[in-house]
Design a protein around this ligand. Structure first.
Ligand SMILES: [Zn+2]
Length: 275
């Protein structure tokens, strides 16, 4: 159901009473003679509210853009962080390979020294049996060494591969950093422009609202806040331009008459009809 604000069936043309006392308190005491009736032309007020809504649309849009800036900066930083982590992982992998290779090289060196030592011992051996045993030992170590050499070559190849990946990943990381830096600068510039424009609009608004009745303005602003920037909505083909609910014919008629503020029974926004 639609709620009709300020309607009073006994007063066909609606007036609102204002006490001068409210505006000029120093003249209020005992001066009942200063009681004045100020006519509020609701039609004009609605026109002004529609204009105010346009200013507020712009202000809310700027506000949304401004509010999105920190989030965008966070996203950019996160993207750089991901690339940095990828690079770090590869570098760690490369380091592990190098450590592994170093271990194998040390092992190979030790075994080669052992081989040399055994080979020198061969000349001092007296019996054939001992000679054969040591020769067998040497052959075993040599076989181990060739396996180690193979493994070292594989590790070297893997290190080469990973170094290639690292330089590619470093390029990606630097690119991402540059992109983030540039976009952040652009965002900061846009932010400054938007802030300046927002302040201009705010000043314009402050002046504009002086022409609107305080109570009507308070109502409008309450709805504006509740609906995140949209308080005045047109009647669109018999529906509320805010929530799209069908409106009763009586509500549509009242919105057309513009003698009262008419609210949508569903979302409570202020309805107006576009002529
Ligand atoms: Zn509605």
């Amino acid at each position: 159901m639609a709620e009709i604000e300020g309607s009073n069936p006994s007063v066909p043309t609606r007036f609102a009473l204002f006490y001068v006392a409210q505006i000029c308190p120093e003249r209020s005491e005992g001066q009942i003679g200063n009681l004045q009736m100020v006519e509020i032309n609701t039609e004009d007020q609605i026109k002004m509210l529609v204009e105010l809504q346009e200013i507020d649309n712009e202000m809310y849009n700027k506000k949304r853009v401004l509010e999105a800036v920190p989030e965008r900066i966070k996203e950019l930083d996160a993207a750089v962080q991901v690339k940095s982590a990828n690079l770090k992982n590869l570098e760690e992998e490369s380091k592990k390979l190098q450590v592994k290779r170093k271990e194998k090289e040390v092992e190979l060196q030790t075994k080669e020294e052992t081989t040399k030592k055994y080979q020198a011992q061969l000349f001092q051996i007296k019996t054939n049996k001992e000679y054969a045993a040591l020769e067998k030992e040497i052959a075993g170590i040599k076989a181990d060494n060739s396996v180690l050499e193979e493994e070292i070559i594989i590790l070297l190849d893997e290190t080469d591969e990973i170094q290639k990946k690292i330089s590619k990943e470093r390029e990606i990381f630097e690119g991402e950093k540059k992109k983030a830096r540039e976009e952040k600068t652009k965002l900061q510039d846009e932010k400054k422009t938007n802030e300046a424009e927002y302040n201009d609009l705010n000043n314009k608004r402050k002046e504009f609202v002086t022409g609107i009745d305080k109570k009507i303005l308070a109502k409008y602003e309450r709805i504006l806040k509740k609906w995140d920037g949209l308080a005045m909505v047109p009647v669109v083909s018999g529906t509320c331009g805010g929530c799209n609910m069908n409106l009763p014919p009586q509500v549509i008629n009242e919105a057309e008459l513009r003698k009262d503020l008419i609210f949508c029974g569903n979302c409570s926004r202020i309805l107006y009809s576009k002529e």
